[in-house]
Design a protein around this ligand. Structure first.
Ligand code: NAP
Ligand code: ZN
Length: 368
């Protein structure tokens, strides 16, 4: 067996009312919390109320930053960290989808290191962070168990990982917060988690432990396929999707994401396509590219598809076709992708600019 390393230090707790029931966990992290969340969903789905109740119970003071937008910008992170530094907070609680939780990780680093600038987050230097508690309210990114955080960089006109390694200290998973999720968010985020499983499983860095998690993730996913197709989500399915998403996070924490994520970022930045849907549009073409790998067949068989076309048809039923992207755009995106070695490094065999362009064409142009 080839050598490998497995590291996932986050304490993960799943259960109904876990934030309230395990509120004592917050007391070990300090006496002042900084809650980071999106503009409105956490106020409606009960997650913010539960967190503040849990903090009040233990007389932990807190301040709230509720301005994190989708695909968060570095400007937002900078604004929040200025407040966090002034308030002297001890730890961060990120509530919401990937956007607020990713932001919490960068804010945790910036508040902990007073001289660290937003640009420094992308340097080779690794900084420590304040402790992060993640309370996910979408089932998609798995950021509650990954060291990554993805930001929109308007100067470079792209989305990119901040290059730091910040695993949340604690992840508190309660599927009841997902009950209010609109169907399009449920579907897009579920497809994001499925992309994580597929990309992580096929990654050059996959190992026996990440594969074990991925295979269980595929099983859980296949049990949710009917519900996703019918857009009918009961609490049991919500919890399964949340667990599958966290498992997929464990997989990419080890193996990383690969070509669909790299190819999806410009679709989000320039074409405004939500993150999960952007990856999903590329998935069938990616599986075709990987048909030389035995593991590709294994994925289809665990997911109970007879062939790639069946898989593609199913994904199209979930996320539809995308017709807004032009040929000129995908030529640009392919050039940018092939010149960025970081975006290619997890893919297990060499690809050319033509391979990338063909995947974009199959995914976005042949549909019109
Ligand atoms: P998101 O951008 O965090 O949120 C999308 C939308 O869903 C927002 O409008 C949000 O509203 C709403 N929402 C969240 N929870 C809800 C709920 N329970 N009920 C109703 N609405 C809800 O979406 P996401 O897909 O979870 O995160 C995407 C981001 O994560 C991207 O930037 C992506 O690149 C990144 N990502 C990170 C990792 C990683 O490992 N770090 C992995 C994959 C993706 P509010 O704004 O009002 O809250
Ligand atoms: Zn993703």
């Amino acid at each position: 067996m080839s050598e490998f390393q497995y590291y996932m230090p986050t304490k993960v707790l799943l259960g109904e009312n876990v934030v309230i029931n395990r509120s004592e966990l917050f007391t070990k992290l300090g006496t002042k919390a900084f809650i980071i969340t999106g503009k409105s969903s956490s106020k409606k789905n009960g997650s913010l109320e539960d967190v503040t109740k849990a903090l009040n119970k233990h007389n932990i003071s807190y301040c709230i930053f509720d301005e994190v937008e989708e695909n968060p910008s570095l400007e937002t992170v900078e604004k929040a960290s200025t407040i966090g530094r002034k308030e002297g907070v001890d730890f961060i609680i990120g509530i919401g989808g990937g956007s607020p939780i990713d932001s919490s990780k960068a804010i945790g680093v910036l508040v902990k290191n007073k001289d660290c600038s937003v640009e420094d987050l992308f340097s080779k230097t690794k900084f420590l962070s304040l402790p992060i508690v993640a309370v996910p309210t979408t089932a998609g990114t798995g950021t509650e168990v990954t060291p990554y955080a993805i930001f929109t960089d308007h100067k470079l006109k792209t989305k990119r990982n901040f290059g730091q390694q910040v695993f949340p200290e604690i992840a508190l998973l309660d599927a009841k917060y997902l009950n209010s999720t609109p169907d399009n968010v449920t579907i897009n985020t579920a497809v994001d988690a499925l992309s994580h499983l597929i990309e992580g499983y096929l990654s050059a860095n996959a190992n026996i432990l990440s594969d074990t998690f991925a295979e269980k993730g595929f099983v859980l996913f296949s049990e949710c396929f009917e519900a996703l197709k019918n857009r009918s989500f009961n609490p049991e399915i919500r919890e399964k999707l949340l667990l599958a998403s966290t498992i997929a996070g464990v997989v990419i924490a080890q193996a990383g994401t690969s070509l669909p994520h790299g190819m999806g970022y410009p679709l989000t930045y320039f074409n405004g396509i939500p993150h999960g849907r952007a990856n999903g549009l590329i998935l069938k073409a990616y599986l075709e590219l990987c048909s030389i790998m035995d593991k590709q067949q294994k994925i289809l068989s665990i997911l109970k598809f007879n062939n790639i076309d069946e898989f593609g048809k199913y994904i199209e039923e979930l996320i539809g076709k995308e017709t807004s992207v032009t040929e000129e755009q995908i030529i640009e995106y392919s050039k940018a992708m092939i010149s960025n070695k970081d975006k290619l490094k997890n893919h297990p065999f060499d690809v050319t600019e033509e391979d990338i362009l063909n995947m974009y064409k199959k995914s976005l142009l042949n549909n019109k």
